[in-house]
Ligand binder design. Structure first.
Ligand code: NAG
Ligand code: NAG
Ligand code: NAG
Ligand code: NAG
Ligand code: NAG
Ligand code: NAG
Ligand code: NAG
Ligand code: NAG
Ligand code: NAG
Ligand code: NAG
Ligand code: NAG
Ligand code: NAG
Length: 705
């Protein structure tokens, strides 16, 4: 009869940082448990960088570890200017790696170069893939997961019967730091210990019964198994095995298979029956009634994920089985009859969990220092950020392809899961000051899983725009006789740049300086003097708008100011007195002359209208428009030989201005009467003269007798 107690083997594979499977550019070694800031290596001098650039470029290199999304990268630090790689925490090899495998932590370092023309700017040079092997020290003792077990064993088991249990675990790796020997101390050498190799290269610990047992002489044993490593210092772990010797029983249950293997896709529905185990017992009654149990040392993870129906042997899914956490489950199940003592049998169950595409790619975006703000004059190709991708699925389900749908930025693959983002086109802050860039990734599973992540790039300003006037020429009118300080015109120029680069100030050209003033900030142009249209009726000058950026940009616009007229001049006659001489008896309608006047105002204010004081004359009339004077009635010198009157001229201003002149018209005689002799007599035309009249003397009526 064989009685075994349960044992378990658990393959617990934690998927850590997925290996980029690229040969590392630099490989370092670090012994575990070293204090923080232990020197690991000098990336700057150990790499081939020195031979790839000039002395000056080499001296200006900057280093950055891509920590985003890589938990191992955070265990290290690098001095940004000289590339000294140090540990950033105390690293316990057993925390970061599985036992027994080579422990290499991998991460990337980005290298930037200061731009010689602009020391604030960083240019991307390359990535270096770094691997740091964490070397083991013997810091862990071998340990048995359960320090004490109880085994019931029939007194009838043959010599050589093996009680199976789990080996001790030593989390250290390396030849001498892992478990090397097992020693047993037992009463009278009844038991010995031996490693039992399994087919899958794991092993179990076998406690071998060396002598025939006899419950009646000794019904229990306590044996101690000590596991030792050969490390320095040597460490050990102990297992106390309490063995109860029980009465014999005929038949044990027997599983129809000694081992059950199956494969299940991850995330099976809760309640799914994975398999039925079947054991038969040839005994009858209680001795033949079989119930099923997990082996006593089944790992907790198994009992958390699975349940076993005691009566039917159905193995049922109890919780989510995730490939990314548990890829393989292995445990013993036990069939037990109800006899006293009960008999048991064991079988091993091995479950492979297979992947389905249930993880979306995770997108991590790393910017260089200050990299989320870039200048609008950045060159095409400027490095923007590094994108690292993580997809926990395996095979095509974990193979990812990413893209950026953006006119301005482009994504290029550097390694399998690392991309860099560069500038694809020139930026123009005035067109777009902020870019919201979306990185979209999909894996190649069927159906694929997608994810996207977006980041914001702010564009900083450079002075690349002139101020622009709202008009190509400013035309403005101001009326003469204005007040000093009156607003003449307002010019406005807009500069789309930001801050000082877009701050506009105005100035006048020299020729306008004394006549006008301009407000530097508002562009309001005011008069420095009182204008007189009759003196100057138009001013032309330039206004310059400049921004305050470096270099300064400016533009110039022509301003034409027209001085508007006010009725500030009265008409003026060319003479104050006009004298005309006419013949009498002119035909009515005859023009006898004209008066003229001028007015220095323009338009209505200068348009003249002549008139006469109407009290005056029914004989002459002045024409309103021309100032011509016309005869309108017969003029008889004999009745009036001198006419005098005033004419007025007025402009069309509001109110009109007037002035007047005097007109004098002399009427000349015309031979319109026959001669009549009134001397010496009207009747006989004879004259008597005295003889005394002297020669040459005039004789007239008064002389007459
Ligand atoms: C061993 O047998 C005793 C009774 O004899 C029982 O109480 C105990 O549960 C058994 N232990 C195991 C591990 O089977
Ligand atoms: C392991 O220990 C043995 C004995 O102490 C020693 O001879 C051997 O060199 C060690 N092996 C390693 C790899 O340290
Ligand atoms: C196990 O190690 C302890 C100290 O860690 C030591 O005192 C003890 O003697 C060791 N036991 C054996 C059996 O070597
Ligand atoms: C489980 O996986 C192992 C190793 O990958 C393989 O050898 C075995 O055939 C698989 N078993 C089943 C049932 O798929
Ligand atoms: C064992 O029993 C299970 C459940 O009835 C069955 O699926 C399986 O084929 C059996 N195995 C053998 C070897 O008969
Ligand atoms: C086991 O299966 C039987 C039959 O299907 C059922 O009646 C019983 O409730 C189950 N036991 C448990 C603990 O689920
Ligand atoms: C990928 O996932 C699908 C289901 O989504 C699965 O059928 C396939 O086996 C998986 N492929 C790999 C390589 O794991
Ligand atoms: C998408 O990527 C982001 C960034 O890595 C991650 O936080 C998020 O969980 C991902 N989404 C899904 C559905 O996996
Ligand atoms: C950027 O775009 C994404 C989707 O395209 C949106 O959800 C997010 O709010 C945007 N962010 C900003 C700051 O506009
Ligand atoms: C105004 O500027 C233009 C050129 O920008 C120049 O040709 C012109 O002479 C300037 N005029 C004055 C009045 O300064
Ligand atoms: C009118 O203008 C003329 C020519 O410009 C000038 O000689 C004259 O003095 C002005 N008269 C008045 C009243 O301003
Ligand atoms: C006519 O004009 C003169 C000056 O030109 C003025 O002295 C006189 O008073 C005016 N007479 C009338 C009647 O308007």
């Amino acid at each position: 009869m064989i009685s075994r107690f349960s044992s378990f083997i658990l393959y617990f594979l934690l998927l850590g940082f997925l290996c980029s499977c690229q040969a590392n550019d630099l490989q370092y070694k670090l012994i575990e448990e070293k204090p923080i800031a232990t020197f690991v290596g000098n990336v700057k001098t150990d790499s081939t960088l020195r031979s790839e650039m000039t002395d000056q470029e080499f001296s200006q290199l900057q280093f950055q570890i891509l920590t985003e999304g890589n938990q191992y990268a955070q265990l290290f630090s690098i001095t940004d200017d000289n590339g000294i790689l140090k540990s950033a925490s105390v690293i316990d090899r057993e925390d970061v790696c599985q036992p027994g495998v080579q422990c290499i932590l991998e991460f990337s370092v980005s290298i930037f170069k200061r731009d010689v023309t602009d020391l604030d700017k960083l240019g991307f040079v390359k990535f270096l893939q770094i691997g740091v092997e964490i070397k083991d020290i013997n810091d862990n003792a071998p340990i048995f997961l359960e320090p004490e077990i109880v085994v019931n064993i029939s007194e009838s088991v043959p010599v050589g019967h093996i009680i199976l249990t789990s080996t001790a675990i030593d989390e250290d790796s390396g030849v001498n730091n892992s478990v090397q020997t097992y020693e047993i101390s037992s009463f009278d050498n009844t038991f010995s210990v031996q490693l039992i190799e399994n087919l899958d290269e794991t092993s179990n610990l076998g406690i071998i019964v060396n002598k025939q047992l006899d419950r009646e002489t000794k019904n229990s044993y306590q044996v101690t198994v000590v596991a030792k490593d050969y490390g320095s210092p040597q460490r050990n772990g102990t297992l106390l095995v309490k063995i109860n010797v029980i009465d014999a029983n005929d038949n044990a249950p027997k599983f129809n298979q000694s081992s059950y293997s199956l494969s299940v896709k991850e995330n099976p529905p809760i309640g799914l029956v994975l398999l039925h185990v079947v054991a038969t017992d040839f005994d009858i009654g209680k001795n033949g009634k079989v119930t099923y149990h997990f082996g006593s040392r089944t790992a907790k993870v198994v009992t958390r994920l699975l349940s076993l129906n005691e009566s039917t042997g159905a193995l049922i899914v109890k919780d989510i089985i995730d490939f990314e956490v548990d890829q393989f489950l292995q445990f013993y199940i036990e069939a037990k009859d109800q006899g006293l003592p009960a008999k048991t049998a064991q079988a091993i169950v091995k479950i492979n969990v297979t992947d389905i595409n249930d993880n979306s790619p995770k997108i991590n975006i790393n910017f260089p220092p200050g990299g989320e703000l870039i200048s609008e004059d950045s060159k095409i190709g400027q490095y923007i950020a590094t994108v690292s991708i993580q997809d926990d699925d395996s095979g095509v389900n974990g193979t990812v392809s990413c893209s950026v749908k953006d006119k301005t930025f482009e994504l290029t693959k550097v390694y399998e899961n690392i991309y860099k983002i560069n500038l694809k086109t020139k930026l123009d802050r005035e067109d777009k000051a902020q870019h919201n860039v979306t990185v979209s990734c999909s894996d190649f599973g069927i159906p694929p899983k997608h994810n996207s992540s977006n980041f914001i790039i702010n564009v900083s300003d450079v002075n690349d725009n002139d101020p622009k006037f709202s008009e190509s020429v400013y035309l403005s009118t101001i009326y003469e006789n204005n007040a000093v300080g009156d607003i003449v015109a307002i010019v406005t120029a807009i500069d789309p740049d930001e801050g000082k680069n877009g701050e506009v100030s105005y100035s006048l050209s020299l020729n306008a300086d004394s006549v006008f003033s301009i407000s530097t900030s508002s562009g309001i142009i005011t008069a420095n003097k009182i204008f007189d249209r009759e003196e100057i009726d138009q001013y032309e000058f330039n206004v310059t708008a400049s921004d305050n950026g470096t270099p300064r940009f400016s533009s110039t616009v022509l301003v034409i100011v027209t001085i508007g007229d006010k009725n500030d001049h009265a008409p003026v006659y060319s003479k104050s007195l006009y004298t005309f001489t006419i013949q009498e008896n002119l035909i009515p309608g005859t023009i006898i002359g004209h008066v003229s006047a001028y007015d220095n105002d323009t338009d209505g204010n200068g348009r003249l209208m002549f008139s006469q004081s109407h009290s005056f004359s029914s004989v002459f009339q002045i024409k309103q428009n021309t100032g011509e004077i016309m005869v309108i009635d017969l003029v008889d010198r004999e009745s009036k030989e001198l006419f005098e009157f005033n004419v007025t001229v007025s402009d069309h201003g509001l109110p009109p201005k007037t002035s007047s002149a005097r007109i004098r018209i002399n009427v000349k005689d015309e031979n319109d009467n026959f001669p009549v002799i009134i001397f010496p007599t009207k009747s006989n035309n004879s004259i008597q003269i005295p003889s005394s009249l002297e020669v040459s003397s005039l004789y007239n009526q008064s002389n007459s007798i």
